[in-house]
Design a protein around this ligand. Sequence first.
Ligand code: CP
Ligand code: NVA
Length: 330
Amino acid sequence: MAVNLKGRDFLKLLDYTPEEMTYLLDLAAALKEKKRRGELTEEFKGRNIALIFEKTSTRTRCSFEVAAHDLGIATTYLDPSGSQIGKKESIADTARVLAGIYDGIEYRGYWQEIVEELAEYSKVPVWNGLTNEFHPTQILADLLTIREEFGELAGLKLTYFGDARYNMGNSLMVGCAKMGMHFTACTTPAYFPDKALIAECEKIAAETGATLTFTDDAMKGSKDADVLYTDVWVSMGEPDEVWEERIRELTPYRVTKALMDNAAEKAIFMHCLPAFHDLKTTIGKEVGEKFGLAEMEVTNEVFESGRSRVFEEAENRMHTIKAVIAATIL
Ligand code: CP
Ligand code: NVA
């Protein structure tokens, strides 16, 4: 049956079938090609979308704004402090207010249950721009980048190093399970994803041919991997006090040249960004100086190497977000 996603929310990849995800990836690739040719569409002219950001953003916000503009859609950006959301107005009320004015709502914030509640009360599609638990638009961009590199997804081995129990580790595990890939979480066991989510992904993997592996051995985890992936050790919204334990517990899982050399010959490095690969940021400098580090989750050498695909990945955020908007907006 032809895939039709009109009116659907995009809250987490668990809600989408492998066929629907492939449809979004194909649409993103087609829209990327169209943009290269300079062809923009007027198909959605007159529509408006609201972009709610309770946490800061560079890629996700810019991607939603540019994608919408390219589709002829106008945007309103609501920043972390500039609206009534949560403080003076409930999520349920906000959803009903915005759904009366807009044709779609993007939400970036804290708990997944907030974006799920927003969607429950909204009659227009709601798109998850990152929660503590999931970052589904990021994974679409990652899958597109991997497909562009290797020509396919099924059968590839992706290893995630670091805090695998947060939004990126969780979502990559779901994305790999759905697409028949071999996912490894390589970290100290306290940072493995939630057991219930692992069980859900195991069920999906049994149908798609994917496998899930959990190891605390960085050499085992990187062995023959096609994609080495990491993310910051302390995520948005977490207290500064956790830096010390994260550095102590996750330093063995920093992506280094030794790990890249141990991976498959054509292995690539990926990171959702922003990354602490040097001391050229305020936080990087502060934490680096305090703990005597020059780099954190990835070495500058790997980040800047010819195997790094982080900026291709960042560009693909826009093309994949455009596909999600175009496919779901009514
Ligand atoms: N990767 C990502 O979501 O980046 P931003 O936080 O800049 O949106
Ligand atoms: N885990 C990171 C992802 C940023 C895109 C965070 O939540 O801050």
